[in-house]
Design a binder for this molecule. Structure first.
Ligand SMILES: Nc1nc2c(ncn2[C@@H]2O[C@H](COP(=O)(O)OP(=O)(O)OP(=O)(O)O)[C@@H](O)[C@H]2O)c(=O)[nH]1
Ligand SMILES: Nc1nc2c(ncn2[C@@H]2O[C@H](COP(=O)(O)OP(=O)(O)OP(=O)(O)O)[C@@H](O)[C@H]2O)c(=O)[nH]1
Ligand SMILES: [Mg+2]
Ligand SMILES: [Mg+2]
Lengths: 291, 277
């Protein structure tokens, strides 16, 4: 663990008892290594370490009794703060329906998470409509249909229409039938695919208010910063969802995405089944990232 | 260790940073740049471009040490077992590989042994129709090993030359799912009279350090014969495969560069090294 590594780094100090600025800087090298190994983006790590260093070099640590604990404490606290101290919920629209858009790279878990979210919001008393707006992937519509059936939520589909048309029609349908939440599942797309980014932009701009969620795979590496940045520029992101946290990926991509977009992490995907959704816990994610 | 007389420290740091940003593990990035610094010192190389080039050549050598051809079985059918974690591109990659062999005139069969995920069988069905090849499937929630078994029996009867088995995405940390994969592998081996000709691990190029854990666990479970690195058409570099090469020696054989049937390439160490940084 990070604590073990820092203890080892500071072991030679036990004879002298007091630590100096150089020792703190050496200790932070261990923190930097831990964050990079956890897939936090290079630049985000650099900025983070500099912030921690400013505080760690302060009077309290240098004259403190247990430098390891103090530094780990500062790192943990700053990490929790950077991740977003507390959970932020889905922002419900003042005038229903709330329109949620699932966006992200191919295979990140959008369709499955759409189902999980539908189940979660249904249990909170909402009338949810799932919308199959991925017209590209083979059997994507069928996948969402089956997911919807599993969570007993209606799935809206229209044959032979563009994703933008499907999205617009779905909201009209929701308004007519009294659904107060619409969850639009979209196709996976690369942030560098101009046409596809334009498409999801157009879906978002079709409505006055949307809750746009970027779905990110917890095993994403350094590229998280590129993906989050571009999705954040092209869309009005309202939240991030980190999926596949039931594995052993450290999840540093969450820190990168959060740092670069300033958008709150709202949920964590923790399983393949549709009950595998948890509200974001900054403390648990911070511990995991630090290993 | 830094403060070299003729090599610019900043330059070395930039190269190390470039490797890390490409998802090469920190330990390996440090090792490669230190090695580079020593070599540059010995050979009096100071030009930044020349240094970068030396590093690329080093990367290329690390990835050229193995045979990247896909194995053919001694008797028909040649059988590929496809595995990997969730969402990396297994099903799509199988379609691409099937298309490649089918276009070359081979009798190909896809096997829908992902009997768990919603519409997984439907997805492979669509691909089989597009490729124009055979598909063996059973009902959802059937035992995947049983589907594989039936498929191999059918393949022998039909004179199928290549069988490609799709399996459900599974996190390598899930003991029961890894045991299920081992069972599928054992059933295939028993039915073929030899291990599956390729146990192909599909990995997503956007994956970071977790990719090493994946490769290790899957390799331990079934003995991975090759890796296909997908989504290299993204901005991700897939540098984790360099660490995998260094630590596990598993060959990268194929690359996925898009969502269409023709978006399949043989792995090229040179091309990979040149796009890494
Ligand atoms: N273990 C685990 N698997 C997950 C989780 N979320 C999604 N998955 C799996 O990840 C794979 C991809 O999920 P999808 O929902 O199809 O992903 P997607 O983003 O809709 O994919 P595209 O539409 O192709 O872009 C599936 O096998 C899911 O079951 C999670 O939290 N944990
Ligand atoms: N851009 C790009 N997308 C890809 C590539 N390979 C696969 N995909 C996409 O990645 C997503 C997931 O592909 P699948 O083939 O369903 O992945 P899988 O591993 O079978 O997923 P599970 O069975 O759910 O574990 C789909 O949207 C594919 O179109 C690739 O090389 N490039
Ligand atoms: Mg989907
Ligand atoms: Mg699949």
């Amino acid at each position: 663990s990070l604590t073990d590594k820092l203890q080892k780094a500071f072991r030679h100090l036990s004879s002298r008892g007091k630590i100096g600025p150089k020792d703190v800087r050496d200790g932070l090298k261990e923190v930097r290594l831990a964050l990079l190994e956890a897939d936090v983006s290079y630049q985000v790590v650099k900025d983070f370490i500099r912030e921690v260093q400013d505080e760690a070099l302060g009077e309290k640590v240098l004259s403190g009794l247990n430098p390891t604990q103090q530094i780990v404490g500062i790192v943990h606290r700053k990490l929790v703060h950077l991740l977003g101290d507390a959970a932020v919920p889905i922002k419900l629209a003042a005038k229903p329906p709330t329109i949620i858009i699932m966006a992200g790279l191919q295979g990140s878990g959008k369709t499955t998470t759409a189902g999980k979210l539908a189940r979660y919001l249904t249990r909170q008393g909402h009338r949810v409509l799932l919308v199959a707006a991925d017209v590209y992937r083979p059997a994507a519509i069928e996948q969402l249909r089956q997911v919807g059936a599993q969570v007993e939520v209606e799935v809206f589909t229209v044959p032979d229409q563009s994703p933008v048309e499907i999205a617009r029609a779905s909201v009209k349908h929701a308004q007519a039938k009294g659904y107060d939440v619409v969850i639009i599942d979209t196709a996976g797309r690369l942030q560098i695919d101009q046409q596809m980014m334009q498409e999801v932009q157009e879906i978002e701009r079709s409505f006055d208010h949307t809750e746009t969620l970027l779905v990110i795979d917890a095993m994403t590496g350094q590229d998280a910063v590129n993906v989050a940045e571009e999705f954040g520029r092209k869309l009005k992101l309202d939240g991030l969802i980190l999926t596949k946290l039931d594995g052993d990926a450290r999840g540093g991509a969450a820190l990168s995405a959060r740092a670069v977009t300033g958008v709150p992490i709202k949920f964590m995907g923790v399983g393949e089944k549709l009950d595998g959704l948890e509200v974001f816990h900054p403390d648990r994610l911070a511990q995991r990232i630090l290993g | 260790l830094r403060g070299r007389s003729i090599i610019d420290d900043d330059l070395l740091e930039d190269l190390e940073e470039a490797l890390i940003q490409a998802d090469v593990s920190v330990g390996l990035a440090v090792k490669l740049t230190q090695e580079l610094a020593e070599r540059a010192e010995r050979e009096h190389v100071t030009d930044p471009e020349a240094l970068a080039d030396l590093l690329r050549k080093r990367v290329m050598r690390m990835l050229s040490q193995w045979d990247t051809t896909l194995h053919t079985g001694t008797t028909a059918p040649t059988t590929f077992l496809v595995l990997g974690v969730n969402g990396v591109g297994k099903t799509t990659s199988i379609a691409k590989i099937a298309h490649w062999y089918h276009s070359a005139g081979n009798k190909v069969m896809m096997v829908a042994a992902d009997t768990f995920r919603a519409a997984a069988i439907d997805q492979l069905q669509v691909w089989a129709e597009r490729v124009g090849c055979d598909l063996v499937r059973q009902q959802p929630n059937a035992d995947p090993a049983a589907v594989a078994f039936d498929a191999l029996q059918a393949a022998k009867t039909r004179g199928t030359q290549l069988v490609i088995i799709d399996t459900a995405g599974r996190l390598h940390t899930k003991v029961n799912l890894m045991e299920e994969l081992r069972k599928i592998n054992r059933v295939v081996e028993r039915e073929l009279g030899r291990p599956a000709d390729e146990r192909l691990l599909i990995m997503d190029a956007t994956t970071g350090q977790n990719g090493l854990n994946q490769a290790r666990q899957f390799h331990e479970a079934v003995g991975v014969t090759g890796i296909m690195l997908t989504k290299l058409d993204s901005t991700a570099k897939g540098g984790i495969v360099l660490t995998i090469a260094d630590e596990l020696g598993i060959p990268i054989k194929l690359v996925g560069v898009g969502e269409k049937l023709h978006d399949l390439q043989l792995f090229s160490a040179q091309e990979f090294a040149n796009s890494l940084f």
